[in-house]
Design a protein around this ligand. Structure first.
Ligand code: FAD
Length: 456
C-alpha cells in the first residue's frame, strides 16, 4: 500500500483499553498505523496507577503493552492532553478514525452533609497517592485515627483495606511509593469497617481479594454471624462464582476458630446501611463518625435487589472514611457526545454514531470490570474498526495525516510530547531507584522531573 493510503488511527489514552485496542488492530490489519496519545508523560493508566502494589502479577499486562508500543506501526505520544493541547476535531482531521480510551478519572460522591470534613477521602485519591499519580502524590492522608470506615464493597474497597491493614514490611518490597510507606508506618488504624448498602449476596468484590483479606498476617475478620445465617440456608441455589464467594464469607463468619484468632488488627463487613451524614463534634472540622440509615432489601421485577431506607438510623464512630463507590468518566472535549447520567460516551458496540469516533474500556462501558473485561471490550472495538476499514465504512484520507500533521500545532502551543523510548529512560531511572531500596521500582511522582529525565 502506498504510504499515503495507509489507514492511520488515533487512540486517546494509554491504559489497558488503549493498548489492547491497538494490539487488535495491528493483528487484524496489515497496514494500519496507530498513534496513542496520553495526557501523562508515562503510559499504562490504571495498570500503573490503580492496580495494587502487592499484585505485581496483575501488572504483567504491561509487558504486552510494551511490545505493542514497540511495533513499527505503533507510536506513543505522552504528555499530550487531548481536549486541551489538541482537540477532537483536530484529531478527526488528522486520522481516519479516532478511538476514545481515556478511562474514568473522576469519582462518585454521596452528596451528603460533612463529605468535606477532615478525615474523609475518596478511595480513588488514596489509591492514586500510594501508587504515585502526580496529581494526588501530595495527599498525605491523616491516618491518626484507630477506626476507619470504607463505604462501598468492591475490589477497590478491599485494596484500600488491605493496604491499611497490611504489615508495612509486607508492602516495603512492592512498588508502593516511599512517601506512602512513611505515612503507613506511623498509621494508627487498627479497625476497618467495610460497609455496603445491600446484603452479603450483593457484594461486588471477588473471591481472590476476599481470600487475601482473610489471610492477612496480624489481622482477623470479625463478621456478624447473624448476617450470614439466612444466606447459609440459600447457598446451594446460588450460581457460581458467587456461590464460592458466599461460602468463604459464611465460613469466615461462622467458624469459631477464626474469631478466636489473636490479632491486633481487625476488619468487618457491615450490610444494609447507607450513609446519610458524616459527623463531627460541634464546631470541629474533624470527622467523628458516620450516620447510616438501615435498609431493607427489596426485589425488583427484573430480579435485582434494591436497598430501601427504613427510617431507622445508626451512628458508627470513626476518624477516617474512604468513599469507594465507583469512578466516573468526564467529557474531555465539547465535541464528544456524552451521557452525563451514565458517565460514558454513548455508543453502539464501541461505535459512536455519526462522529467518526469509537470508544473502548471504561469510557465505553462505565467503570466496571477487571483488566480481562477491558481487554475483551477493547478487542471488540479494535475488530470493529478493522471491519469498517475493510468494508469502506471508514474512508481513508490522503496524507498529510497522523502525528506529523499535528506536530506544528503542538509546537506552537508549547507542548513537547514524550516518545516511548523517552518513557524507557524514566522507567530505567525508576527501576534503578527501586533497586537501591530493595523494591521493583520507585515511581517518580513529579511531572517536571519525569520530563527532565525524558528530554535529557
Ligand atoms: P485507564 O486504565 O484509566 O486508562 C485511561 C488512560 O487515559 C490513562 O492513562 C489516562 O491518563 C489517559 N487519559 C485520560 N484523559 C486523557 C486525555 N484528556 N488525553 C489523553 N489521555 C488521557 N483490574 C484487574 O484485573 N485486577 C486488579 O487488581 C485491578 N485493580 C484495580 C484497582 C483500582 C484502584 C482500579 C481503579 C481498577 C483496578 N482494576 C483491576 C481495573 C482495571 O484497572 C481497569 O479495568 C482498566 O484499567 C480500565 O482501562 P481503561 O484503559 O479503560 O482506563
Amino acid at each position: 500500500t502506498a504510504e499515503s493510503d495507509r489507514p492511520h488511527i488515533g487512540i486517546v489514552g494509554s491504559g489497558p483499553a488503549g493498548f489492547y485496542t491497538a494490539q487488535q488492530i495491528l493483528k487484524s490489519h496489515d497496514d494500519a498505523l496507530i498513534d496513542i496519545y496520553e495526557r501523562l508523560p508515562v503510559p499504562f493508566g490504571l495498570a500503573r496507577f490503580g492496580i495494587a502494589p502487592d499484585h505485581p502479577e496483575t501488572k504483567n499486562c504491561i509487558n504486552q503493552f510494551t511490545s505493542t508500543a514497540q511495533s513499527e506501526r505503533c507510536s506513543f505520544f505522552g504528555n499530550v492532553n487531548i481536549g486541551k493541547d489538541l482537540n477532537i476535531s483536530e484529531l478527526l482531521q488528522a486520522y481516519d478514525a479516532v478511538i476514545l480510551c481515556y478511562g474514568a478519572e473522576d469519582d462518585r460522591t454521596f452528596g451528603i452533609p460533612g463529605e468535606d470534613l477532615h478525615g474523609v477521602y475518596s478511595a480513588r485519591a488514596f489509591v492514586e497517592w500510594y501508587n504515585g499519580l502526580p496529581a494526588n502524590s501530595q495527599l498525605e492522608p491523616d491516618l491518626s485515627a484507630e477506626t476507619a470506615v470504607i463505604l462501598g464493597q468492591g475490589n477497590v474497597a478491599l485494596d484500600v483495606a488491605r493496604i491499611l491493614l497490611s504489615p508495612v514490611e509486607r508492602l516495603e518490597k512492592t512498588d508502593i511509593c516511599e512517601h506512602a510507606i512513611e505515612v503507613l508506618r506511623k498509621s494508627c488504624v487498627k479497625t476497618v469497617h467495610i460497609v455496603g448498602r445491600r446484603g452479603p449476596l450483593q457484594v461486588a468484590f471477588t473471591i481472590k481479594e476476599l481470600r487475601e483479606m482473610t489471610k492477612l498476617v496480624g489481622c482477623k475478620a470479625v463478621f456478624d454471624p447473624e448476617d450470614f445465617k439466612p444466606v447459609q440456608e440459600k447457598i446451594t441455589s446460588i450460581p457460581r462464582p458467587r456461590k464460592r464467594l458466599t461460602e468463604l464469607m459464611c465460613k469466615t463468619a461462622l467458624d469459631e476458630s477464626i474469631s478466636q484468632k489473636t490479632a491486633n488488627k481487625e476488619w468487618t463487613l457491615k450490610f444494609q446501611r447507607s450513609p446519610v451524614e458524616m459527623l463531627s463534634a460541634p464546631g470541629r472540622a474533624n470527622l467523628s463518625g458516620v450516620r447510616f440509615e438501615i435498609n431493607d432489601l427489596v426485589e425488583q421485577n427484573d430480579g435485582s435487589i434494591q436497598a430501601r431506607g427504613t427510617g431507622v438510623f445508626e451512628d458508627l464512630p470513626c476518624g477516617l472514611v474512604f468513599r469507594s463507590i465507583g469512578y466516573k468518566s468526564i467529557p474531555i472535549d465539547d465535541q464528544i457526545p456524552f451521557d452525563k447520567r451514565r458517565g460514558i460516551v454513548p455508543n453502539i458496540n464501541g461505535r459512536v454514531i455519526n462522529t467518526g469516533l469509537y470508544c473502548s474500556g471504561w469510557v465505553r462501558n462505565g467503570p466496571v470490570g477487571v483488566i480481562a473485561t477491558t481487554m475483551n471490550d477493547a478487542f471488540q472495538t479494535g475488530e470493529l474498526v478493522v471491519q469498517d476499514l475493510k468494508s469502506g465504512n471508514i474512508r481513508t484520507k490522503r496524507s498529510p495525516k497522523g502525528f506529523f500533521a499535528l506536530a506544528n500545532s503542538l509546537i506552537s502551543r508549547g507542548v513537547r510530547p514524550v516518545f516511548f523510548d523517552q518513557w524507557h529512560k524514566i522507567d530505567q531511572v525508576e527501576q534503578e531507584r527501586g533497586r537501591e531500596l530493595g523494591k521493583p521500582r520507585e515511581k517518580i511522582i513529579n511531572v517536571k522531573e519525569m520530563l527532565n529525565i525524558a528530554y535529557q
